[in-house]
Design a protein around this ligand. Structure first.
Ligand SMILES: [Fe+2]
Length: 217
């Protein structure tokens, strides 16, 4: 049983990682992401309702039970992206996508990434961070492969964005758009073997999203 206060998104967000807690009280409006994808008993029950693995909910004045692995973003709306001061502080503290990846196609993109939170070993290994996008309508760049073999989804924390999925053979043709507002985690886009279509995040408004990576081996 543990509740770990995470500092990867501080001072902008107060995030907790919870494992095997029988109860967790949510007072102020907060976002809860169920990460218990690899566990047998894995459905969170806030107030008698359900959050299935790799989905989230915005909750207030409720107690969660049956909690195996979850991320709680306390009072997530406290981070005000209309505040120039906050935006400048995020840009100063978080590195640009290009600084993090060194990938040429990321050069000049208005994407800023927080440090990563990593936990667990093998198939229990999870990596999470937050990403701020300062402009709407900016795609992150389509890709199909990742640097590790993991199940990947994204949770929208603030603002609006989408995951865009392309045909395997024709990157110009948008095959599917999965829109996301705060509290939405898009549906899984990988198959049983961990094969991905071409995909990319695209901002609709300035916002913050949370890439979630769960190792497959
Ligand atoms: Fe990806």
């Amino acid at each position: 049983m543990s509740i770990v206060q995470l500092d990867f998104a501080e001072p902008f967000f107060h995030v907790e990682y919870l494992e095997n807690e029988s109860h967790c009280r949510i007072d102020q409006k907060s976002m809860v992401i169920n990460l218990a994808e690899r566990e047998k008993n894995n459905i969170l029950l806030p107030g008698g309702r359900k959050i299935v693995p790799l989905k989230a909910a915005i909750l207030q004045d409720v107690e969660i039970t049956n909690l195996h692995k979850a991320l709680v973003v306390r009072d997530f709306e406290h981070c005000d992206l209309t505040s120039a001061e906050t935006v400048e502080a995020i840009k100063k503290q978080w590195k640009t996508l290009y600084e993090m990846s060194g990938i040429e196609r990321h050069k000049g993109l208005p994407y800023y990434k927080s440090p990563k939170f990593c936990t667990g070993e093998g198939r229990d290994h999870i990596e999470i961070n937050f990403c701020y996008v300062s402009k709407g309508g900016v795609p992150s760049g389509p890709h199909r492969d990742h640097d590790r073999d993991f199940d990947e989804v994204h949770a929208q924390i603030l603002g609006t964005g989408m995951m865009r999925i392309y045909d395997y053979d024709d990157r110009e043709h948008v095959h599917q758009e999965l829109p996301m507002t705060a509290g939405i985690v898009h549906d899984r886009m990988y198959d049983k073997k961990g094969k991905y279509p071409w995909h990319e995040y695209m901002s609709v408004t300035p916002g913050i999203y949370c890439p979630i990576e769960l190792d497959r081996k």
